[in-house]
Every structure is written in structure tokens, then in C-alpha cells.
Design a protein around this ligand. Sequence first.
Ligand code: ADP
Ligand code: MG
Length: 314
Amino acid sequence: MGEFEIIARYFSRRSGREDVLLGVGDDAAVVSVPDDRRLVVAMDTLVEHVHFLPGTDPFDVGYRALAVNLSDLAAMGASPAWMTLSLSLPTADEQWLESFAAGLFRLADDHRVELIGGDTVHGPLVVTVQVAGHVESDKWLTRTGARPGDRLYVTGVPGEAAAGLALIKAGRVEGVAETHLIRRFLRPTPRVALGRALRRNASAAMDVSDGLLADLNKLCQASGCGADLNLDALPPSQAMARLFTPEQCERFVLGGGDDYELLFTVPADRAAQLPVSVRCIGTIVAGNQVRCLRAGREIERQALGYDHFGADHK
Ligand code: ADP
Ligand code: MG
């Protein structure tokens, strides 16, 4: 099967978006951006062996390739609309392509994202998705707006994805708790609707891809402030607690990556307007230190085993 047949069979799918004036098949795509909006663009690449293990279900590869991109748009408060796909394939494996496309379009359909173009080449297995969307003028979210006194929030349970990856690597894939955690790694939930809702309330936002503490540090650095992180507000999930020791759980929660949850800050007087599904995990403070507190007292980094985690995970 040649390049054109692959494109025609698996990637020429109109979704009915009226803002796609020209999609797959010409030299480039043409889309229409609403007058009162700004274009928002993000791109992420998944490399076999580096970002996913050989033998990963191609459905999950397709799903995840878009999910990590949608998560970036969510963190901007943007509405996703279009994507392009660059595929480097070692072979034209029809079963692989069928399943990959099914995973990609499953999530694309959930968010009404249309594939409008791409590139298909022969090479090692590498999947790059670029997603584009739009946001109301001057209403996008950034990492830079956190101020002392703001409250710090996160969605979901950070660490579940890293716990899932550890289970995959250990070959522990049977069982309800195992399946749940592995799924959190393979099919992250981009928090698009929440990101949209946060446009009115959040002072800063980003998605958690490198680990909670690492990404909180980035947010604080970008905003020129520090944070007090309340570890009591960050218990592991039931599934994590069942399969791992409290020490392992803490490392996953604070240091694990690949969650694609949203980390954001909200001025205290606007906190009441947030949905109940988000958790307050701390406060933004003056200075440039991120401190971890338990029962109101600071815990030293070494006592968290956090640095060790960094060494054996990455
Ligand atoms: P060109 O040589 O003009 O760059 P290509 O032969 O690479 O065009 O691609 C032909 C058409 O198919 C273009 O519209 C391109 O955007 C689209 N396309 C190529 N690969 C993919 C893909 N993996 N997914 C979606 N569209 C693709
Ligand atoms: Mg091309």
C-alpha cells in the first residue's frame, strides 16, 4: 500500500465542520477562524521506544497522540477545531493503521476535531499531531498570571498515569486496579471543557505532563512567585494505594508524569465559582520557593524521595 492509498483509506475523513474550507487532498488546508477569536496552535510528537513501548495497542497510540495535544489547548482555555498528522511508518501495516485511525478519530469525534492534512513518510514509528483551535480575543490562559494569595488547584489524581506505566513495565496488567491505572496512562482525559470554563476565573493554568512538582515549579517560575503545596490534599487514589506502598504513591503523585491533568490558580474571591470536581491543593505565595507541607509543616524534599524518583524514572 502506497502513501496515497494510506491517506485515502484511513485519513480522508470529513467531520462536517463548516469552518474547513479545504481539507485533506490539496497542497494545504484552508480554515476559517471566527472574527472575534484568536488562533491557538500546539504540537506534540510520540516516538516509539521513547513515548510509548513497542507492542502498545495502536488504538491507544492514536488516542494518546491527540489527547496530549488537546490537553495543551485545554490549558490555554481554547476550543479545539482542527488537527494535522505527520506519520512516519516502518511498514504499511493495515491492521495497525486501522486501529490507530480508530483511536485517533474516537477522541477527535468526541471533541469535533477534523483532520485537515498531514504528511506520510517511511521511517521509524513516529506520530506527530498538531492541533489548532481558537479562543476569545484576550481570554486565553497562560502560565504567567499566578499571584500571591491565589489558590492552587488540580484536576483528577496526579500520579495515576505514572503508576500505570510502572505496571506496564512490570508486566502487571491483570486486575481491576491495574486496568484502571494503565488506562489513565494510555488514554489520558484532556480537560477541554474545564479549560474553557476557567477562562473567566483562573489567573494561570498549565497541563501536568512532567510531574506535579516539576510543572508547579514551571508555573511559579513563569509567574514570578512561590507555592505552598498541601500534601494532605493529595492522597493517592484507591487503585494506587492498593498496589503500591505509601512511599511509592507519594513519588507517583509528586513526581510522576503523563497525567495531562490541569494545574491552575484562582484568586481566592473567585474560588466559589469552580466546579466541585477540582481540588484545592495549596496556595500561591510570594518568593520563588515551592514548599511541600503536611499538617501545616514543611517536609524536606529528601524526605519525599522525590529526587530518587527523578533519577530512576526519566
Ligand atoms: P504534498 O506533496 O503536496 O505535500 P502529500 O502528497 O504529502 O502532498 O499529501 C497529499 C494530501 O494528503 C495533502 O492534503 C496532505 O495534507 C494530506 N496528507 C498526507 N498525509 C496525511 C496524513 N497522515 N493525515 C492526513 N492528511 C494527510
Ligand atoms: Mg507532503
